[in-house]
Design a protein around this ligand. Structure first.
Ligand code: GLY
Length: 293
């Protein structure tokens, strides 16, 4: 099998910031992924590059909750049935590696909140504040513009923010799907979720079958409005379609469903024959690719 990888850094109605820089990070992430031996190593190495770049909503530069913190979600899943995920992880540089540690070092699949953070520390992931000055300034501006007012905004303001999310429709989750030389394949997704989410909110990313999924036919990573992706289990839909369809066709069929339900999202994937694909209902999604013919 020829090794190959595809990486996304989110999507949305229109790009914010320079698309050239965004593309070069995704290209670098795909190239980094190619240095991995197994599909798990490949997706982890690729996601690290994006987790480290403040332009994306994963780890460093993750968006902030209503309370001004970062709550990080990540998931890694393989075609041979292995799975690890974290949700509401705080103060960690590489959430995707904590998800991998959950997969490899425990009999669990998903750790959340303080338990996930404690697990990270016990497994050698040091305390790290992923908030950037730009994100904190934007959080303050949003609070002011949305007239959230107080130091610790109240949950009741969330209803206002739903309209703001609908208006801007921007999602900068990152993810990767890869196949290795032995035909093993995996998907990984890492995100800070959505701006001003309620503390404790978990999106589609760490939910297997929603924003991340793999089965014997293929693997996918999604970006977009997590509640919609989760509600319709688009990840599971896409990999099940790969039973009879090539990757690209399976993703396009899934995206037709998303469009029908008015859900803005994007999905990348790989199937068991090593075919890569990407499709979106959102206006824009950039991908980096390496190794594919
Ligand atoms: N798709 C990322 C999220 O909604 O959390």
């Amino acid at each position: 099998m020829r090794k190959s990888i595809i990486v996304h850094g989110g999507g949305g109605r229109a790009p914010t910031g320079p698309t050239g820089e965004r593309q070069s990070v995704l290209d670098r992430a795909a190239a980094a992924g190619m240095r991995g031996r197994t599909a798990v190593e490949m997706v982890e190495l690729a996601v690290h590059v994006v987790e480290d770049h403040p332009m994306f909503d994963s780890a460093t530069g993750a968006v902030l909750t209503l309370d001004g913190e970062c709550e990080l979600d990540a998931c890694l899943m393989t075609g041979d049935g292995r799975l690890g995920a974290v949700a509401g992880l705080t103060r960690t540089r590489y959430p995707i590696s904590v998800a991998r540690a959950v997969m490899e070092k425990t009999d669990h699949h998903l750790l959340v909140g303080s338990g996930a953070t404690r697990f990270a520390r016990l497994n050698g992931f040091p305390d790290y504040d992923p908030r950037t000055p730009e994100r904190v300034a934007y959080w303050k501006r949003l609070r002011r513009d949305l007239r959230l007012g107080t130091d610790r905004p109240d949950f009741r303001f969330w209803k206002k923010l739903r309209f703001w999310h609908r208006k801007y429709g921007l999602f900068e989750t990152c993810g990767a799907c890869a196949i290795d030389a032995r035909g093993g394949f995996a998907a990984a997704t890492s995100t800070g979720g959505i701006w001003m989410k309620l503390p404790g909110r978990v999106g589609d990313t760490p939910v297997p079958g929603a924003g991340t999924c793999a089965n014997a036919f293929g693997a996918i990573s999604a970006t977009g409005h997590g509640e919609g992706v989760m509600r319709h289990a688009f990840g599971r839909t896409a990999v099940e379609l790969m039973r009879r369809l090539p990757c690209q066709e399976a993703l396009e069929a899934t995206i037709r469903l998303a469009s029908k339900h008015g859900i803005e999202c994007g999905i990348i994937g790989v199937d068991r024959r090593g075919r890569l694909g990407a499709a979106k209902s959102a206006g824009w999604m950039q991908v980096g690719i390496a190794g594919a013919r």
